[in-house]
Design a protein around this ligand. Structure first.
Ligand code: FUB
Length: 699
């Protein structure tokens, strides 16, 4: 039984979206959010595309789903809870399951919903009851007597009573059974369009702006009752509110919660909820169907009160609420704020689900995206999807348009190649103008915790941005562990003391002849170069004479001039005790992280091999990129010259003995304008890896 329940749970559709709209698997409107059992439950109505012959160009809804979330980012669809063909009093082909509400009282969940009754015109309101917020809900056989209208909302007041409000601007007390209006509910005759109706309850919108008012949402906070509701101010709906000291009024109008939707979406409908100390406004907009305002989607914004209890107006955003992990692909065009000149457009107007892109047209344009969590990023870089027409420069900054630079990117259009000349370095091919590019950028600064990102256009051209993502670099090294290391299964030695790279420009790898290497490896760069047993974090000062690199030094450059200029170089460098994640020790990555240069450098590596007994007749087997030299206990045992790739066991030493106790293995690796790494192991007479020793260099 348990297994069945778990399987069902695992099958529930769920998704992660810390942006608006929040529900991505269907259209949703008229959201009522409630907090039950420390989760937010969302009871919206469910817009569908009308089946043939049904409610064309009108609201069309046949059932209700319930959704829930613990963090307003991860949402689960718990499926259908009530549908038109399972409610005894609802006309099964009416497609009129409009805005609902759900409340918890006396150990039960009461789901209130309007629909078209079988035996009449207009709308009635019914209730379905469940033991859990996710259902199953059992509908009452009859609608609630006395309520003619749509959009029920139940207020549980601190006076102990429950009051029901509905779209006709009425409100009445409920009986404790929550299924009937109180016996003393007043009635009045109301004229509408020359017709006279008998209305139950009181007119709570009396004296308030109320043109085409509907969708009331009433709540209590800090001794005040709030009646919030959509009405038509000019041509389409706004969300307004009124306050009172009594649940049934009279209410005094206070102002707007949200203005009209800028794109003309006619309706808005909302609820207000406090979750974990923050107030939120749930509302709807037709982002996923911009040409059809009867197909809507739920959005959320934070809502704030003024000290006097009035509500601050809320601006709709595409950002919504919820926290994005920096390592997610963040649709940054759904910004929380932007300079007035920033515009957005759908990426693909045949598929609105693909979202949008934002254009920052000029120097000074900016957009802010709040609440990005960097705690998942340690050694990171940035990927950003951008489109530009010409050379441009932009930054991702922290918190504000003047904030700390996280990454800076210059997009430089490659100039026409001069005849016969070397191609200029460039990041942006001419034919890639106005194309979407994924640009990679190193980080100048990595924020910590949750912060806001601001993209600033700092160049001369327009810039469009689609998404941004921060990625952790693959881990190449970790600090050497305290316990002695063993060679890996293949005998490779992965624990090394590595010295930050010494500046040693080489005009190319072709210069790595035996004589060149001997001259440069035996040159003294720092004291104790051939004898020291460094400690983790130990600093040394390297002072040495160095030939100046020829102007324009780089890949494919001709040999240096015959009589090079010589200068004295002084560098303060640190030793790092590291365990390599790979069998080959990636010096290039080491230099990226701890060095000032990655090309034209010389690395020193030391490791200490402790043997329980003499191990005779072993050979040191090394592969390195580019060239390297190796010494065992001060004696040169191997030179890998020429322009090499790192290949396992590329060169083997003569027979050696690893003596009982401590053996010091030292290596120097040099590179030109290319990668640099090495792999080292000992092989026995049969070519099998030697593994019966430990490596203890961190001591
Ligand atoms: O969703 C159908 C109707 O549109 C609702 O009942 C109204 O509040 C409006 O949002």
């Amino acid at each position: 039984m348990k297994r069945v329940a778990l399987t069902m749970l695992l099958c529930l559709p769920s998704w992660m979206v810390a942006q608006n709209p929040i529900i991505r698997n269907q259209f949703t409107a008229d959201p009522t959010a409630r907090v039950f059992n420390d989760r937010v439950y969302l009871y919206p109505s469910h817009d569908i595309v009308p089946p043939a012959g049904q409610r064309q160009n009108w609201f069309c809804m046949e059932d209700y789903h319930v959704f829930s979330s613990e963090n307003l980012t991860d949402w689960t669809d718990h499926g259908v809870i009530v549908s038109q063909n399972k409610v005894p009093w609802v006309r099964p082909d009416s497609y009129s399951m409009w805005a609902p509400d759900c409340i918890y009282r006396n150990g039960k969940y009461y789901f209130y919903f309007p629909s078209a009754p079988k035996d009449g015109k207009g709308f009635a309101v019914g209730v379905a009851i469940a033991d859990s917020p996710e259902g199953p809900f059992v509908p009452e056989p009859e609608p609630i007597k006395g309520i003619g209208g749509i959009d029920p909302c139940v207020l549980q007041a601190s006076d102990g009573n429950a009051y029901i409000f509905w779209g006709a601007g009425r409100c009445a007390k409920l009986k404790p059974n929550m299924k009937e209006l109180a016996d003393d509910t007043p009635k009045e005759k109301v004229k509408w369009d020359e017709r006279e109706f008998e209305m139950y309850g009181v007119n709570c919108l009396k004296g308030l702006p109320n043109r085409q008012a509907e969708g009331p949402f009433a709540f209590e906070y800090n001794g005040n009752y709030y009646l919030t509701y959509p009405y038509v101010r000019e041509n389409t709906e706004v969300l307004g509110y009124a306050m009172s000291k009594n649940p049934m009024g009279p209410y005094e109008y206070k102002g707007l919660i949200m203005a009209e939707h800028a794109n003309g979406c006619w309706t808005n409908h909302h609820s207000i909820v406090n979750y974990k100390g923050q107030w939120y406004l749930f509302y709807h907009h037709n982002f996923f169907a911009p040409k059809d305002d009867k197909r809507r989607s739920v959005q959320i914004e934070k809502l704030f009160f003024n000290p006097d209890g009035t509500i601050q107006e809320v601006k709709p955003t595409m950002r919504g609420v919820g926290i994005n992990k920096a390592t997610e692909k963040i649709e940054i065009d759904r910004f929380s704020e932007a300079s007035a000149d920033v515009s957005t457009a759908y990426v693909d107007t045949t598929n609105y689900q693909l979202g949008g892109q934002a254009t920052l047209p000029q120097k000074g344009s900016w957009m802010k995206y709040n609440d990005v969590d960097f705690s998942c990023l340690s050694d990171g870089y940035m990927l950003i999807s951008v489109k530009a027409a010409d050379n441009t420069e932009f930054c991702v900054r922290e918190k504000s348009a003047k904030g700390k630079v996280i990454a800076r990117i210059k997009l430089v259009v490659k100039p026409e190649e001069p005849a016969g000349g070397a191609p200029a370095m460039s990041r942006f091919r001419r034919d890639m103008r106005n194309q979407w590019l994924s640009q990679t950028a190193t980080l100048e600064y990595t924020p910590t915790g949750v912060t806001d990102l601001v993209i600033t256009n700092e160049g001369d051209g327009a810039l469009s941005v689609d998404w941004v993502q921060f990625k952790n670099r693959p881990k190449y090294f970790s600090p050497a562990a305290a316990a002695p290391a063993k060679p890996d299964e293949e005998g490779f030695i992965r624990r090394w003391m590595l010295l930050e790279p010494i500046d040693k420009p080489n005009s190319g790898n072709t210069v790595f002849t035996d004589s060149y290497l001997r001259e440069h490896f035996y040159r003294e760069y720092f004291k104790g170069q051939q004898t020291m047993l460094p400690k983790d974090g130990q600093k040394i000062t390297a002072v040495f004479k160095q030939e100046q690199a020829p102007a324009g030094f780089g890949r494919g450059q001709a040999a240096p001039p015959a009589v090079p200029e010589v200068k004295t170089v002084k560098q303060t460098l640190t030793w790092h005790a590291l365990d390599s994640e790979n069998f080959n020790v990636k010096l290039f990555r080491f230099a990226e992280k701890w060095g000032t240069k990655v090309y034209g450098v010389l690395f020193w590596a030391v490791t200490v091999i402790d043997c329980p007994e003499d191990i005779p007749d072993v050979r040191l087997a090394v592969g390195s990129n580019s060239a390297s030299m190796w010494w065992l206990d001060g004696e040169e045992v191997l030179l890998l010259s020429g322009d090499r790739r790192m290949v396992k066991d590329d060169c083997l030493s003569r027979r050696l003995t690893l003596k009982k106790g401590r053996n010091i293995l030292r290596g120097a690796v040099i590179n030109g304008p290319g990668m640099s790494d090495f792999c080292v192991r000992f092989l026995d007479e049969k070519g099998n890896p030697v593994t019966n020793f430990t490596i203890n260099n961190s001591k």
